[in-house]
Design a protein. Structure first.
Length: 340
């Protein structure tokens, strides 16, 4: 007897089962990729002090990874380029230090306070989100300068220590600050993953592509942008708090330096905004290179970093990770054509 033809319903069930299995396999690969994106950097930096003795440099790299991931959230998902991002970093550093000095809070708790205060300042500055493009970038820079002027004001010496610097050396702990820096590293990467995989990330990408269409589709543009703005500011505040605990003695000019914003933006752009690992790669590669070569002649690196911003914004918006992904996809397509 000949084979009995399969019923159309059976074929549909088979196709549906194959689709579900394919989706399940895709989700497993995606989950594994996200897990490795968090675990690998955390493990590497946790073990790094056993092989490299300069813990300050390692902490600096982790801080810049966090800052680059913060820029990634506000720029990579919304298209808002924050040249004044350093303002939240400086506020976090001072809020952390004052929480330690004035309220005798543990450094770990004070760092959380620093992140919360930075988010609160971002909430106050929320009207800046009404601006677009270069207007927004310049406005955030002006806001950062205003915060610097307020904190460094000699008249506020009794509150902020003014321009005379701040000292929290009594709570210095190289081991403690290093552990918190590793936690910050993992938290910043995990936050980007959570945003990418949430409804917030979907809404932000829709807003970035076309705010009007997103609004007509039911997305609350103002609320969603504000969420990204606050998350980004909180990460910068936490990073500033880790810096304060690591250095213990610093002046306003050290935590409100515009080069901090420039570095964070360059690292994010170089690695690839809108991706998880792009800012990590950008911070590790470029800050490592800067520390190795650029310390003696930093002015040249500032020029180079400025050129990187222009080139990557205009011509390579997806950064190194995007280029590698495109190259891998093209090679895969070429291989399939050759086998076909």
């Amino acid at each position: 007897m000949g084979d009995i033809p399969a019923k159309s319903g059976d074929r549909q069930m088979t196709d549906k089962g194959q689709s579900l299995r394919g989706l399940g396999s895709l989700l497993k690969r995606r989950n594994l990729k996200d897990l490795l994106a968090v675990v690998v950097p955390v493990v590497i930096f946790s073990l790094a002090p056993h092989f490299y003795s300069n813990e300050i440099l390692l902490i600096s790299i982790m801080i810049y990874v966090a800052l680059a991931e913060g820029v990634n959230i506000i720029y990579g998902f919304t298209g808002y380029l924050p040249f004044g991002y350093v303002g939240f970093y400086g506020v976090g550093a001072y809020a952390t230090s004052l929480a330690i000095l004035d309220f005798n809070l543990p450094p770990e708790v004070s760092i959380i306070v620093g992140g919360a205060i930075s988010a609160l300042v971002a909430l106050v500055l929320m009207p800046l989100l009404r601006l677009k493009g270069s207007y927004f970038a310049i406005a955030t820079l002006a806001a950062a300068e205003a915060l610097y002027a307020i904190i460094g004001n000699p008249s506020l010496k009794s509150i902020t220590q003014g321009p005379y610097g701040i000292n929290i050396g009594s709570v210095y702990s190289s081991g403690g600050s290093y552990v918190v820096a590793v936690v910050l590293l993992g938290l910043s990467i995990l936050t980007v993953i959570a945003v990418k995989r949430s409804k917030l990330g979907l809404a932000l990408r829709a807003i970035k592509n076309d705010p009007v269409s997103a609004s007509l589709s039911g997305v609350n543009v103002v609320v969603e942008r504000t969420k990204a703005w606050l998350i980004s500011a909180a990460i910068a505040g936490l990073a500033g708090g880790v810096f304060a605990w690591t250095i213990t003695i610093f002046y306003p000019s050290a935590v409100f330096d515009i080069s901090i914003s420039v570095f964070a933006i360059v690292f994010a752009l170089f690695g690839g905004v809108g991706t998880t690992m792009g800012p990590v790669i950008g911070a590790v590669v470029l800050y490592g290179l800067y520390s190795y070569v650029g310390v003696t002649q930093p002015q040249y690196f500032q020029l180079i970093f400025g050129a990187i911003i222009v080139v990557f914004v205009l011509f390579v918006p997806k950064g190194i990770v995007g280029l590698l992904g495109t190259a891998i996809n093209r090679l895969g397509s070429l291989g399939q054509r050759q086998r076909g």
